[in-house]
Design a protein around this ligand. Structure first.
Ligand code: ADP
Ligand code: ASP
Ligand code: MG
Length: 418
């Protein structure tokens, strides 16, 4: 008998019949003797609908009020699921973030969890009750409702699992687990039995929205066994763990991630002198805009070109700031492009193998895909390309690195030992 946290995402609770199905799954775990805490998202599309309503009133709604609004989506689902469980003869109780003391900081829209009061959950569990918790939401010490950022119910689930010391945190979604790439882009994507926390963290941060990055971070930090699996199909799903040797699939490349939310800004002909990067990016940081990749050219004529990427939502604002500062920066030109994407290959095996980057560039060049920017770290290589080539690039790389092969050694995937 285990203590499980089961999280069901938006598509898993997207209709009454799906909520009934989730109730049946929870009951089946109960009947196998497990104690279950369920964390749910809002019904699919609901969070977007609520945000759109707010936008009809204001282009910049007060963040506190937006949180009060969007957190209602999850409150609907917890009540409906608890009703469904009760109707099927199982004792269940729903709780909002506030009710279970999901304490966060006061950064509305992307609050970070500080602590959870596990007493209430554990005492209900002891009474044989299924506890149903609203994901995505928390409360500040002063009692203001907060939300954890899009996809934040994953993080709620992991935090609850850590607080009650659950045996496993199971993230149920609309695919069978974590694949070598988004199965909606590449139908030949292969389901991974395992992936390391490190790789999953990279995949999530590089755009694989199957898990919210902070959920992976939290699980890694607090040692929460984390599994992604399907609500609608049977299977073991994907276990995210530390084991880098043992039974792990020792792939050179574990997966390909991509991010469509990218935009690029270029500023050319600025004086090549100390402090120029700060002068360019300082005002961007002051506007609370996160910068991702940065490239500064080596210049021969005492001027240099500078390119960086931001989230597409921040594109207009970034461009406006730089255009405003262009004269002061003595720039020749400021330009931008919000039709770019980032494609990244991730794998712990990259550490010990040379040649992955050049093979990646060769594959893209064979498809005549121009690389605009490159960035690498120990276990990933990212490139910025035109968005129209996204699917082509992902599929070409997936095939060239033989990611669809079920071989545990990914033999063809490996380059010769160097
Ligand atoms: P939920 O509503 O359950 O939280 P999400 O839409 O947030 O579901 O995440 C599941 C989706 O993540 C899948 O439908 C899939 O399209 C996408 N996805 C992106 N990359 C991957 C990947 N590498 N493996 C599996 N799914 C992925
Ligand atoms: N409902 C929230 C969202 O759509 C949180 C979640 O689904 O995880 O982002
Ligand atoms: Mg999600």
């Amino acid at each position: 008998m285990a203590l499980l946290v089961q999280k069901f995402g938006g598509t898993s609770v997207g209709s009454i019949s799906k909520i009934q199905h989730v109730a049946d799954k929870v009951i089946s775990a109960r009947e196998q003797g497990h104690d279950v805490v369920v964390v749910v998202s809002a019904m699919s599309g609901e969070t977007n609908r609520l945000i759109d309503l707010a936008k009809e009133i204001s282009t910049a709604p007060p963040p506190r009020e937006l949180d009060v609004l969007v957190s209602t989506g999850e409150q609907v689902t917890i009540a409906l699921l608890s009703m469904a469980l009760t109707e099927k003869g199982h004792s269940a109780r729903s709780y909002t973030g506030t009710q279970i003391g999901m304490l966060t900081d006061n950064v509305h829209g992307k609050a970070r969890i500080r602590s959870i009061n596990s007493e209430r959950i554990l005492s209900d569990i002891k009474r044989g009750c299924v506890v149903v918790v609203a994901g995505f939401q928390g409360v500040t010490g002063e009692g203001h409702i907060t939300t954890l950022g899009r996809g934040g119910s994953d993080t709620s689930a992991v935090a609850v699992a850590a607080a009650i010391n659950a045996d496993e945190c199971q993230i149920y979604t609309d695919v069978k687990g974590v694949y070598t790439t988004d199965p909606r882009i590449e139908s030949k994507a292969r389901l991974l039995k395992n992936i390391t926390f490190e790789e999953m963290l990279e995949m999530a941060s590089l755009g694989s929205k199957v898990l919210q990055i902070r959920a992976v971070e939290f699980a890694g930090k607090h040692n929460v066994p984390l599994r992604v699996l399907s609500t609608f199909e049977e299977g073991e799903g994907t276990l995210i763990n530390y084991d880098e040797e043992g039974g792990m699939e020792q792939a050179l490349i574990s997966g390909i991630a991509f991010n469509r939310d990218e935009a690029q800004i270029t500023i050319t002909g600025v004086p090549d002198k100390p402090g120029i990067a700060f002068q360019i990016l300082g005002p961007i940081a002051e506007a609370n805009i996160e910068v991702d990749m940065i490239v500064q050219n080596v210049a021969g004529d005492e001027t240099t070109d500078f390119t960086f990427t931001v989230h597409r939502n921040d594109y207009d604002c970034s461009l406006k700031i730089l255009k405003k500062n262009a004269v002061e920066l003595q720039a020749e030109d400021v330009s931008g492009d919000d039709t770019i994407v980032k494609v990244s290959m991730v794998g712990v095996g990259m550490r010990s193998h040379a040649g992955i980057a050049s093979k990646m560039f060769e594959v893209l060049s064979k498809e005549s895909i121009n690389i605009r920017m490159i960035s690498t770290s120990e276990i990933k290589i990212s490139v910025i390309i035109d968005e129209k080539y996204l699917e082509l690039a992902v599929r070409a790389l997936h095939s060239a690195f033989n990611l669809e092969e079920p071989s545990p050694q990914n033999e063809e995937n490996s380059l010769s030992e160097t």
